[in-house]
Write a protein of this length. Sequence first.
Lengths: 409, 409
Amino acid sequence: MSNQLPFGFTFAGVACGLKKTGALDLALIVSDRPCAAAATFTRNRFPAAPVLYDRALLAENPAGLRAVAINAGIANACTGEAGLADAAAMAAAVEATLSLPPRSCAVMSTGVIGPRLPLAKIKDGLNQATPALSPEGWEAASRAIMTTDTRPKTAFRQVDGCGIWGMAKGAGMIHPNMATMLSVIVTDAAVAPVVLADALRAAVEVSFNAISVDGDTSTNDTVLVLANGASETRFLRENGFLAALTDLCTDLAQQIVRDGEGATKFITVRVTGAASDADARLAAKAVANSPLVKTAFYGGDANWGRILAAVGYSGAEVDPARTDLWIVAGTLGGVGAGLAPAQGDRKGSPLQLVQGGQPPAYSEATASAIFAASEITVTVALGLGAGQAIVWTCDLSHEYVDINGHYRT
Amino acid sequence: MSNQLPFGFTFAGVACGLKKTGALDLALIVSDRPCAAAATFTRNRFPAAPVLYDRALLAENPAGLRAVAINAGIANACTGEAGLADAAAMAAAVEATLSLPPRSCAVMSTGVIGPRLPLAKIKDGLNQATPALSPEGWEAASRAIMTTDTRPKTAFRQVDGCGIWGMAKGAGMIHPNMATMLSVIVTDAAVAPVVLADALRAAVEVSFNAISVDGDTSTNDTVLVLANGASETRFLRENGFLAALTDLCTDLAQQIVRDGEGATKFITVRVTGAASDADARLAAKAVANSPLVKTAFYGGDANWGRILAAVGYSGAEVDPARTDLWIVAGTLGGVGAGLAPAQGDRKGSPLQLVQGGQPPAYSEATASAIFAASEITVTVALGLGAGQAIVWTCDLSHEYVDINGHYRT
């Protein structure tokens, strides 16, 4: 993280006994003044109680949020009406402890599906966290939201003299029972709620929604951004803010994939020339989610037939005779780099494996060397139109099976 | 297989050098008289050359087929116009070798995507196979179509004095590069092509299309049925034929799942009470394809939260407050048993893990005992309508990663 700290925000991370290991499991984020807020939530049809609570809260009070409390260990999902009351009680406890107005605190939970939240432990945790609140509490908070994560995930961007700070954990698509992709982003920029909501939606679409590890979507996924306007900045370019937010979300999203369960490789799947952007996304997601493709990457096997087969069943419009496929070691520079050929992070030259739906003569040794790299970019060029998309994913390893075969026990 | 052999059909399986191991790799199936034929093909947008060839052949000549030749080792997929010419040359070679009319032989291929078919080897193989043709050649033929299969898959059913014999290999959704689910079914019943096509479509929908191992669909998947009318039967009940064909296809489909790469468990996913059959299928497929659910089965972890989460993102209509989930050791008796509670093969009592979207009090020990069984049935009851579906799948194990991480190399 940057040495610079956000104006007007304080943070704490404490252990209140939800994790059996005794690790930090309750994070508290507080603003000294009301924040504009926006959020995106899981589309899972079994949304967890905190998702339902926050969705209603943001609709009612999009410009007056003061705090977020996040617990790890128990997801408060599949807990019915009682769970919804628990989420409301957790928020009310924060508001009471910190003397905040009612309906000014959002809540998030991640962990095991099914059990009720132990409210007494959480209240004890809030009493611990309150005196610990400080700008430097950022790191402890980012650790307290971890579950199967092996490291905290944070990022910082500057724009027009304001700062944007983000923390994230897990990934609904990576992390199973201790599920959930959660991210909290705070900025001391002054941004109207409607502008914030538009920017977050656009940024999430090309960052958190463009990662995939196993195609599973959690019941608790939430990205929340709070803008308190505490910086001195008088003039904020909306485009500049959107670009910085998008860049920060992309950074956090890629960190999630790199820390994916059992991940040994970072894969960029790029589809260009599709009939539409939606088609490009379909094709890229099919490749990124295919267990056969993912195990081939794990094994370092330049098995392009599996990639074409995944594109072929994705539902995207395809003309085999126009389909090309390229691979290169390295990673696209980020959304800022657009869909131009990978540069900067690119290692060595791209290699064409498919031309017009068929393999040209290529060196198997060169292909194997690229597939042996720890970061690989695959480009499928469909030759049909201007549609394009990028999806980031990781490989499927023995360790993934270890972690998920015996997670809960 | 039954001791009874089909009237009018002969079979052979030989080794012509397509498999590096020297194992049988060319199967020949011949009828002594013209057959009505019907087939279902992969929906992959990169259909292999033999798929394109057979599709055109069956449209042109649905009542005059005499033979099928199947090679294993090379898929003849992603081979363009040259590959299509190779498929036609393979069919023409069979017709020439056996003195059959032109356009009377279908072809299938399974194996590595990309390389051209070595026609000289295949012609040598046909010269070997022709003198070996006999009713008893059935078993060798069923072995010659195997790739990563650990055993041949065959089934037999009787109806109205006729027989239906089926052989199958692999599964597009299980078997990657040496991809492809292939099945050939022969019957000595007399069935009109249009009746045969309707029956096959209906049977495949609830059998081969209801299995899933990793959600991948091959470029070569084909199910072909040939009816030569050589039996003495004068009166065939269409419903009886459909039921027997469906039962046979279900048997073969389940054999494919049981022999799935790395499979250690056989899982029946049953969804009832959906808003529609299509919704039930969506939900059942999402559960069956979820790597998190499949690794939980592998680990014997009664992790019902992952099952609900998969239903939640499947796209099916869901009301959490009406959703129930049951598990029981054992397997549904087959399509014949319909969607009634598992009987016959059921081991012990069903255990309810979710009631109205929440876990009731249940014994974790009982749940673990059920998840430790080698055959498990999961029932998700959505409480919304009359829609229902069954999907069969297997677990996701270390061995799956082994096989697919290093398959081609």
